[in-house]
Design a protein around this ligand. Structure first.
Ligand code: FNR
Length: 200
């Protein structure tokens, strides 16, 4: 497991959820991933409810404190993890708004080169596939390397979490373990490239 990581590696990850709902399945999914993560991968969940609506006018007059805090958190960590619901076949406004803030300034975004991954859960059978596809397109603009596989598409979420938001589905739990292994390896691969670039 984690064969590309070196002994003693410790990677910090910022996780965000595109739902402000108290009983959000996506929040529950991110929490499950956080709990299942190996010691080498520490995931901290950042609250998006405090992020104001993006406006270039606001941007010109000064970056809001909540946005600056989010940007700093992403800049200082080794990886970025997004749990997205699907609204009307796309990315929910809460998440897209945060993404738009994070994408600025163009060419100097904290997302540029940041190893990232996407998760999603919905009661429907497609498990946010369309929203995740949209998000991947947005990550092209920010030049963000997003883990290609495995895709985490948790369909029929209402059958996989209990009323307290605990993941009860054993197959999903095992799959998340596989995902975490791939994500940690993905982050390690970029950390390794960085070191190699410094040597030559
Ligand atoms: C939805 N939902 C939904 N589900 C889906 O699979 N595809 C979709 O396009 C939509 N569209 C949609 C639009 C709007 C406005 C709402 C409020 C909901 C259902 C959605 O998957 C469900 O409410 C999830 O529980 C939302 O995620 P959280 O809040 O549980 O993380």
């Amino acid at each position: 497991m984690l064969h590309l990581l070196e002994a003693g590696d410790l990677f910090q990850v910022v996780g965000v959820v595109g739902s402000l709902r108290q009983a959000s399945y996506n929040k529950a999914l991110l929490r499950a991933v956080q709990q299942l993560a190996p010691v080498a991968l520490q995931i901290r969940i950042h609250d998006l409810s405090v992020i104001p609506l993006f406006s270039e006018d606001v941007e010109r007059t000064g970056i809001p404190a909540a946005v600056a805090t989010l940007r700093k958190a992403v800049a200082e960590t080794d990886g970025f993890l997004v749990a997205t619901p699907e609204y009307n076949h796309g990315v929910p406004g809460v998440l897209k708004n945060a993404f738009d803030w994070l994408s600025r300034p163009p060419g100097k975004s904290v997302l540029t080169g940041k190893p990232s991954a996407i998760l999603g859960a919905s009661p429907g059978i497609t498990g946010t596939a369309r929203a995740q596809s949209q998000l991947r397109q947005a990550f092209v603009f920010t030049n963000t390397p997003v883990l290609p596989q495995p895709e985490v598409l948790v369909g029929r979420a209402h059958e996989k979490f209990d009323s307290e938001g605990r993941l009860t589905d054993e197959r999903t739990r095992q799959f998340l373990g596989l995902f975490l292994e791939s994500f940690a390896t993905w982050i390690g691969r970029f950390a390794e490239r960085h070191q190699t670039a410094g040597v030559s």
